[in-house]
Design a protein around this ligand. Structure first.
Ligand code: DUC
Ligand code: ZN
Ligand code: ZN
Length: 485
């Protein structure tokens, strides 16, 4: 019997802090050796001229999310797995819904069953839309015991949003039970006020989506989300930061020592509001929130990445097709922008865009690419050291990249269930040519080969990022108050 199940030979292995030319030996799905030469392996992958990077960890994707009306996001766990592997990603964190008036445990059970059908390793955020005592004090602790360690809240969207009081309740419950809180930051009242005026003025096309939510609505909500988290002494993660003014709020809080982190997404580095102004209904393909900004803003977001203020890049992948009547056009092609579902697909495009716009164009180093795409998200969500780095003992999740390969992005290459990619026609330099998930080659030259049902749930325990700082306001901890008498 061979000493290793798999050897990846002759590539340049890149970790968060540096690169070295070595072989990777895999046994039992884990990395068992990094050595100058691994000779005795049952299967060999030759990686001369290739980069060997950790498989991507995408901690913000919407996959097969069920809605209360019985509809489900078009992307299933099977199709999402193929798409992720095609783009060099091997693990995801996606969302269990809570529907207003309902609990979370039954949704969790249902979502576990759905995810078990895919091939991706997965963990969950629990969305909280109705923070009742029963949910926060009885159900959430049971989810935590199952290994769900993050709660997601929205500060906008009618069906999902929490007001400040509800948000405070979630922050305090997260403190008590040991969860990170992830926040969608946009000011709901401000958006509603602008929408009313836009509709009254007859300004209803897709491009007006961006007019309804300028950067200031994101900045205000980011500021408020951080201030309330600081009050509770609860760590938070600000999702999909689209602009420097919101990132500045994060930077200021980080400088005060607040435990707040921020991510951005490829749409805020590669798409602009002008894309939503394409003829007819085409602009709907780019409608997501926060809205894409402009090229000058892309430059400022890159600066925030280089400063380390934004230290992760996720896809915010959303499964709404352009054609048919279940996705972007569910209310018709003449419907106002307010009827277009928010969200765009990006699971497979995330890493090639980040590599090409970042590494190939000289904006970031390879090591920073590894940190942004895998190591940092894995650590922030308690998936490390098993995920997100190439190290002895870690899961053997690898993506082999040809850094010189030039590819024109097309929907077929995305291998998702959605009928378009917002990045159609863009040229990238650098491409994942082979993906390994737990020691198994699951994608080679674009051909995905993995057995449905082989993705594993990743339970998460307590970890340092979610621990409070221990600095409640005035020394009085309102999240865990003593009782009088
Ligand atoms: N915005 C969100 O908040 N969620 C899904 C997609 C989007 O655009
Ligand atoms: Zn969001
Ligand atoms: Zn999202």
């Amino acid at each position: 019997m061979a000493e290793y199940d798999l050897a990846v030979r002759g590539g340049t292995v890149v970790g968060p802090f540096g690169a070295s030319r070595c072989d990777v030996g895999v046994r039992g799905g884990r990395i068992a050796a990094l050595a100058e030469r691994i000779a005795d392996a049952a299967e060999v992958v030759e990686a001369d001229g290739l980069l060997v990077l950790p498989g991507g960890v995408d901690t913000h994707c919407h996959i097969e999310e069920p809605a209360p009306d019985g509809s489900v996001h078009e992307e299933s766990f099977r199709t999402a797995s193929a798409s992720a592997f095609a783009g060099g990603t091997t693990s995801v964190v996606c969302f269990v819904p809570q529907w207003k008036g309902g609990g979370v445990l039954e949704r969790y059970e249902d979502y576990r069953r759905r995810a078990a059908d895919g091939m991706l390793d997965h963990s969950f955020h629990q969305i909280i839309t109705d923070p009742t005592d029963a949910v926060l004090e009885e159900e959430v602790p049971r989810l935590v015991a199952e290994g769900v360690r993050s709660l997601k809240v929205f500060l906008t969207y009618d069906a999902l949003r929490l007001d400040d009081a509800g948000y405070l309740r979630v922050l305090a419950a997260a403190r008590r039970h040991g969860c990170l809180v992830a926040v969608h930051c946009e000011n709901d009242a401000a958006i509603g006020w602008r929408i009313e005026a836009l509709l009254r003025a007859g300004l209803t096309s897709p491009k007006h989506h961006a007019w309804a939510r300028p950067p200031v609505v994101e900045r205000e909500a980011t500021h408020r989300a951080i201030a309330l988290a600081e009050l509770v002494d609860q760590p938070i993660h600000v999702f999909h930061v689209s602009c420097a003014e919101a990132a500045e709020e994060i930077a200021r809080a980080q400088a005060r020592g607040v435990k707040v982190w921020g991510e951005t997404c490829p749409q805020y580095l590669a798409l602009t509001a002008a894309d939503m102004d394409r003829p007819g209904f085409e602009g709907a393909k780019f409608v997501c929130s926060p809205a894409p900004r402009d090229e000058a803003e892309h430059g400022r977001v890159w600066d925030m990445i280089r400063r380390g203020v934004l230290d992760g890049v996720s896809s915010d992948h959303c499964g709404f097709s352009f054609g048919g009547n279940a996705g972007k056009a569910r209310e018709g092609r003449d419907a106002p922008f307010t009827a277009i579902p928010n969200g765009i697909p990006g699971l497979a495009a995330r890493l090639p865009l980040l590599f090409s716009e970042g590494v190939s164009k000289g904006r970031i180093t390879l090591e920073r690419f590894v940190r942004l795409s895998a190591t940092n998200p894995a650590q922030l969500y308690g998936l490390g050291p098993r995920k997100g780095a190439i190290a002895v003992g870690a899961d053997a999740d690898l993506a082999l990249w040809d850094p010189t390969k030039r590819v024109r992005l097309s929907n077929a290459l995305m291998q998702h269930a959605i009928d378009y990619t917002p990045y159609e026609g863009m040229e990238v330099t650098g491409w994942p040519v082979l993906t390994v998930r737990r020691g198994e080659v699951v994608m080679r030259d674009g051909a995905v080969r993995a057995e449905p049902g082989t993705g594993r749930f990743l339970p998460r325990g307590p970890y340092d990022f979610i621990a409070p700082r221990g600095v409640p306001a005035n020394g009085f901890d309102a999240a865990t108050p003593p009782t009088a008498g």
